[in-house]
Design a protein around this ligand. Structure first.
Ligand code: FRU
Length: 470
């Protein structure tokens, strides 16, 4: 009954959402975003039988967090996506307050979802169940119920299972908060996805030489890359520094070596995955052709989300573009997935001193810039990127206070930028993937990008063709 009730209300929000979308200057042309309601984390990213599947945390009923569903898109090429039946609705007792984030695997050829059933009680406490669901012949998902309850010694904040297969076993990492309110990542093993054995805490606050490093770690991902193991996680509760940890919550990675059997992960320092204003809860998968691909959420929880003006159009938030990961000198490099080049229309080239460059359309566009010297780019006069020879700063005005706010990347030199613009977002790839800045902004009309500075630039510009989700 609860399911029918939810479906009726979803139909209503989708129908009334149609009319609000007519004049929407901020709706992405080729990024994934919800038609109505609030979308957050990417979930269950996998290439299965040749097709990519991306699920997402979705509250279709309001532009607010709440009892999340799993929406579902699929694609043959990472560029053209289609809507699939909603995969999970939070209707069972063990997921009463949301089918929270998780991952997907192929279990003997069957697409299987592992997610967190989130349950909140009236007294403010909560619990979490790790649950399974398997795809049926209709492309819908049958729930198998919880396979894991809270481990001893942790609060109700244990969630976001990421599962992978290694040799003959399944492994899973979970984000967790221990009883002393320290954020941790737990490693489990299973033969059958049903019975799970805790191998240990592999990383966390006050672990492996880290000092205090947050009260909760969300959305872990762990994968081999170029001879190392990389742990991605999202620590909450890091103190902001002058140039780091400036978002409400962080998203970053540790490079190291996993000894699965021992439940041990020796790792290097934490690095942020993105230096922009909006990035969180990324998830990766391995493609059939051997690439490690990543989608992130271009949003951050509790960071002035509800000041975003798309709410007037009935939706909020977008995914990042799909990215390819590599490891170089102990650092993650990210580049837009090569498939995105298919969106490029006619190329325009220009060379000279930045100040003399023409303003260019940036509504749905890609730019590639070779840069030598001092350089600035202005996005619709709302956001500025400034390279002063030592530091790259991205600046905009705080939506609530109107005060300037900044994000930074520091490097020995800036020699290349690849910039993807899509209506209300920019993703800035620095020095062929060395760092990224992802941010939302809300230009009044058709956005243009303007340049300034004494540096010389060689620029290439493409308009990108729109690509709606079918
Ligand atoms: C991260 C997160 C996850 C949780 C989900 C709920 O943004 O808080 O930890 O599973 O969102 O939507």
């Amino acid at each position: 009954m609860k399911e029918i009730h939810l479906l009726k209300r979803m139909a209503q929000t989708l129908m009334s959402g149609q009319s609000r979308q007519t004049y929407d200057p901020w709706r992405p042309q080729w990024h994934l975003s919800p038609l109505v309601g609030l979308m957050n984390d990417p979930n269950g990213f996998i290439q299965h039988n040749g097709r990519y599947h991306l699920f997402y945390q979705w509250n279709p009923l309001a532009c607010a967090h709440g009892a999340k569903c799993w929406g579902h898109w699929s694609s043959a090429d990472l560029v053209h996506w289609r809507h699939e039946p909603v995969a999970l609705l939070p209707v069972e007792r063990y997921e009463s307050h949301g089918c929270y984030s998780g991952s997907a695997v192929a279990d003997n050829g069957v697409l299987t979802l592992i997610y967190t059933g989130n349950v909140k009680y009236d007294d403010g406490s909560r619990t979490a169940y790790q649950c399974l669901a398997t795809e049926n012949a209709d492309g819908e998902f049958d729930k198998l119920g919880p396979v894991l309850t809270l481990p001893e010694g942790y609060t109700g904040h244990v969630r976001d299972p990421k599962v992978w297969r290694y040799q003959d076993c399944w492994y899973m990492v979970l984000g967790a908060q221990d009883a002393t309110l320290q954020g941790k990542i737990l490693l489990y093993r299973s033969d059958n996805l049903r019975q799970w054995q805790l191998l240990g805490e592999i990383a966390g606050s006050r672990l492996n030489g880290l000092g205090d490093f947050g009260y909760m770690w969300e959305c872990p991902d762990l994968f081999p890359l170029d001879g190392w193991d990389v742990l991605i996680c999202c620590p909450q509760g890091l103190a902001a520094e002058d140039e780091r940890y400036l978002n409400t919550y962080q998203s970053g990675y540790f490079v190291g070596h996993l000894e699965g059997e021992q439940g041990r992960f020796t790792h290097q320092a934490f690095n942020e995955l993105d230096h922009g204003f909006e990035f969180y809860a990324p998830q990766t998968t391995l493609s059939d052709d051997g690439r490690r691909l990543l989608f992130g959420w271009m949003g951050v929880p509790d960071q002035n989300e509800f000041q975003q003006p798309t709410i007037a159009h009935g939706w909020i938030h977008t995914m990042t573009c799909p990215r390819e990961l590599t490891l170089r000198d102990g650092r993650l490099y990210q580049l837009p997935a090569r498939e995105l080049q298919r969106l490029r229309l006619r190329e325009y080239q220009w060379q000279g001193t930045a100040s003399y460059a023409p303003a260019l359309p940036a509504g749905s566009a890609e730019l590639s810039l070779d840069i030598q010297g001092e350089f600035q780019a202005h996005f619709a006069d709302q956001m500025t990127l400034n390279w002063d020879g030592e530091r790259l700063s991205l600046s905009r005005r705080h939506r609530l206070t109107g005060e300037p706010e900044h994000r930074y990347w520091r490097g020995t030199t800036l020699y290349h930028l690849q910039i993807l613009c899509d209506r209300s977002s920019v993703e800035i790839f620095i020095n062929h993937g060395q760092a990224v800045m992802s941010s939302r902004y809300f230009p009044d009309g058709d956005a243009t990008i303007r340049f300034q500075g004494s540096g010389s630039i060689l620029l290439r510009h493409w308009l990108l063709s729109p690509c709606v989700i079918e």
